[in-house]
Design a protein around this ligand. Structure first.
Ligand code: TMP
Ligand code: ASP
Length: 234
């Protein structure tokens, strides 16, 4: 094992440029202060993330995905994860609503891109572009590329989720750098990392059910995966 995170483990393979990711059922919130298990989450997040990474790749977004090897395991290209979490928001929720006093559910006039410093000790603070540059976390070119890619991912994901009757409220993505220097989409895209609401009822179908103790956590993950697998069925 090379690394164990809050939701995944990463293992070496016999090829130095590839690693194997194992998705756990462990769930944390508020920078690890709240801990629990979401039964079946690892299998859903792995398969859903792979489905979406393949969809994004087909639409011109390069990703780390190589091959799913089991319900919970995937081979991905080994990358150096950039120390920035990129959040895109379409509708006010979560920390945006709380910090800025905007009612949850308020539709934003355009998608908003935010960068956070990926640093658990500091609690992943929000970063301005200038702070990212001064800290040497990314170059101006990198930031511009991440912003463009994130907005493209947002457009594609919104379309894909809308086809399943889901509104994409916001999401967090991470990028990694290949040995060639190329930046690719990495980590995962799942109900852990996206806010997804039923488009008609606005029922929350994501990790906010765990974060906010809303109950029905497992059912929400299963419902999202059922709709995704079914393609157009809502
Ligand atoms: P936030 O509103 O708490 O800033 O979260 C924005 C989005 O990022 C939301 O879809 C949940 C996701 N997210 C993560 O994937 N990991 C995290 O550690 C946090 C705080 C948020
Ligand atoms: N990743 C967060 C944590 O550090 C949880 C969250 O998604 O809110 O526990």
């Amino acid at each position: 094992m090379l690394y164990e995170g809050k939701a995944k483990k990463v293992f070496a393979t016999d090829q130095p440029e590839l690693v194997r990711v194992y998705y756990k059922d462990d769930a944390t919130a508020f920078n690890g202060q709240k801990r629990g298990q979401i039964e079946g989450k690892g299998a859903i997040n792995n398969q859903m993330s792979n489905l979406l990474f393949q969809y994004l790749a087909e639409h011109g977004v390069p990703t780390h995905f190589v091959e799913q090897v089991s319900e919970r395991e995937t081979i991905v290209r080994k990358v150096d994860i950039l120390p920035l979490e990129v959040v895109v928001r379409n509708v006010a929720a979560g920390s945006f609503s709380k910090r800025l006093g905007v009612l949850e559910g308020t539709v934003l006039p355009r998608p908003l891109v935010e960068f956070y410093y990926k640093n658990d000790e500091l609690g992943d603070p929000l970063l301005t572009d200038d702070q990212a540059l001064v800290l040497g976390l990314a170059s101006q070119e990198d930031l511009a590329e991440l912003r463009t890619r994130a907005l493209e991912v947002n457009r594609l994901l919104q379309e894909r989720f809308a086809a399943c009757g889901l509104a994409l409220i916001d999401f967090k993505i991470e990028f990694g750098r290949l040995p060639s220097g190329e930046i690719v989409l990495a980590d995962e895209i799942s109900p852990d990392t996206c806010r997804l609401w039923d488009k008609d009822t606005h029922q929350k179908l994501d990790k906010d059910r765990f974060r906010q103790d809303l109950g029905g956590v497992e059912d929400a993950y299963q419902e999202v995966w059922r709709r995704m697998k079914g393609g157009l069925s809502a």
